[in-house]
Design a protein around this ligand. Structure first.
Ligand code: NAD
Length: 477
């Protein structure tokens, strides 16, 4: 594996020399190679390569396209230990999660391989006698895909899979924080596709900006709201399609009818999986006063039992957070929660381990109010806040009182509450007796309000973004 992570343009690797060290957050003395950023001119070359390759890719026999995507998926699955280890080493999630994510990336490709054969149109009767109407879908053209660091293989896969399956070509700009796993995945993809169909440019925001304002037909972005706004504005200037999946403040409502042990178990998974660095993390725990004290006591014990350590060490349940900057930001929110009047139940500090890394204790605050900044802004770390409410109606209203709207869960044994919550929660995903994180790959994913902009990702509905409809009229004479 290369030490320098450069860009792939028209089937060839380019690097402009080592620029940014890729630091292992579990052990900051471990440098996993260097990022070699692309230049804006290289971004234009990558877009031009994708443009040139697109007609032949769209015209390729469907079964061949399917077989190629399937082969990518299979290789990612076969190599999920190797790629998952690199992912965990550079991003910090425990190896089981890094491996599992890479396996999932393979499953996305295999799901969309099958979608290649499911491109079935519609027909309609005309209002004019004797005329036939067909409604078909065609590729849009060239897509820019801009992705974050927290799922370095799965998020690019869930965008590339449908983009390629429906006959488009792509330029991927992965996060500058995870260049090594992006590089490995790009090597796999490149092996199975004609030159120019898949291109990747490495680099930070500047390179993302060059891509989103380049001559592309659409851009799919996952990341923060602030970046999403900029990308949407850039895309609209060129009349390019745009899809943004962004942050959230996902609630779990725990009612008086909840199984409290289940509520604790699901809150722990939702709040601390991937050290809370998930757009679907359960960061607001809205608990009925009748069960509040029991819940908080059990939650604290469960959080304290979590083993925090090196991402690649046996038994680690929570790895470090991804960068020093991210750690400082989260520590800042832990202080803010106390300044705003929250009660620190457990955690709230940096931890020392055998290696120097960005380790934070799983942190729970109680006594918080929904209007505090810690309950309005995305923290993106191993910290969750308990909000006490009186009754189901207040719980649902509190859950909905947010500018975001990605994922919301309820823990209850009461069917009426569960059904009412599913209908009343203003979120893109709702879950009953499950955490807000951990979703399937064959059904739509996305949110409402500030969490999402544009059509849904994943499942067959992804075609609404990655295809364009054509309505054809025939007069058979
Ligand atoms: P980020 O917005 O800082 O960066 C995301 C990507 O955008 C990176 O590749 C970055 O280089 C690029 N970028 C930065 N500035 C740009 C610009 N001006 N123009 C174009 N591209 C630019 O986000 P992040 O810190 O990498 O990821 C964390 C965020 O991602 C969180 O807010 C989280 O909620 C969100 N996220 C959302 C989902 C979802 O599906 N809703 C999933 C995972 C992460």
């Amino acid at each position: 594996m290369n030490d320098i992570y450069g860009s792939l343009i028209n089937g060839e690797w380019h690097d402009s020399g080592a620029q940014m060290p890729n630091i292992n957050p579990s052990d900051t003395s471990d440098i996993i190679g260097h990022l070699a950023s692309a230049t804006p001119a290289m971004v234009s070359d990558a877009i031009a390569a994708a443009r040139a390759a697109q007609p032949a890719w769209e015209g390729m026999k469907l079964e061949e396209r399917k077989n190629r995507l399937h082969a990518i998926g299979q290789e990612l699955i076969d190599r999920c230990d190797e790629i998952g280890e690199v992912l965990s080493r550079e991003e910090g999630k425990p190896f089981a999660e890094g491996r599992g994510e890479t396996f999932r990336a393979g499953e996305f490709f295999q799901y969309y391989a099958a979608e290649c054969l499911r491109q079935i149109g519609e027909s309609a009767a005309s209002v004019r006698p004797g005329i036939h109407i067909d409604i078909t879908r065609e590729a849009v053209g060239v897509f820019g895909l801009i992705t974050p660091w927290n799922f370095p293989t799965a998020i690019p896969a869930w965008k590339m899979g449908p983009a390629l399956a429906y006959g488009n070509t792509v330029v991927l700009k992965p996060s500058e924080i995870v260049p090594a796993s992006s590089h490995l995945m790009a090597e796999v993809i490149n092996k199975h596709l004609p030159e120019g169909v898949f291109n990747m440019v490495q680099g930070g925001g500047e390179i993302g900006a060059a891509l989103s304002s380049g001559k592309i037909d659409g851009v799919s972005f996952t990341g923060s709201v602030a970046t999403g706004r900029k990308i949407a504005q850039a895309a609209v200037q060129n009349m390019a399609r745009v899809q943004c999946e962004m942050g959230s403040k996902n609630p779990i409502v725990i009612t008086e009818h909840a199984d409290i042990d289940l509520a604790v178990a699901q809150s722990i998974v939702g709040a601390f999986g991937a050290s809370g660095q998930k757009c679907t993390a359960s960061s607001r725990l809205i608990v009925d006063a009748k069960v509040h004290d029991e819940f908080v006591e059990k939650l604290a014990k469960a959080a304290e039992a979590k083993k925090v350590g090196h991402a690649l060490a046996d038994g680690t349940e929570l790895g470090p957070v991804v960068t020093e900057g991210q750690m400082d930001k989260i520590l800042g929110y832990m202080k803010l929660a106390q300044d705003e009047g929250g009660d620190l139940v457990t955690g709230g500090e940096r931890l020392d381990r055998d290696t120097e890394g960005y380790y934070l204790a799983p942190t729970v605050f109680a006594g918080t109010k929904n209007d505090m900044r810690v309950n309005r802004e995305e923290v993106f770390g191993p910290m969750t806040c308990v909000i006490k409410v009186d009754g189901f109606d207040e719980g649902l209203a509190t859950a909905n009182d947010t500018e975001f709207g990605l994922s919301a869960a309820i823990i209850t044994q009461n069917l009426k509450e569960a059904e009412h919550f599913k209908r009343g929660a203003k979120f893109g995903c709702t879950l009953v007796n499950l955490p807000t994180a951990g979703l399937d790959y064959h059904v739509p994913f996305g949110g409402r309000n500030a969490s999402s902009y544009g059509p849904r990702e994943q499942g067959e509905h992804a075609k609404d973004f990655y295809t364009i409809m054509k309505t054809s009229y025939t007069n058979p004479g």
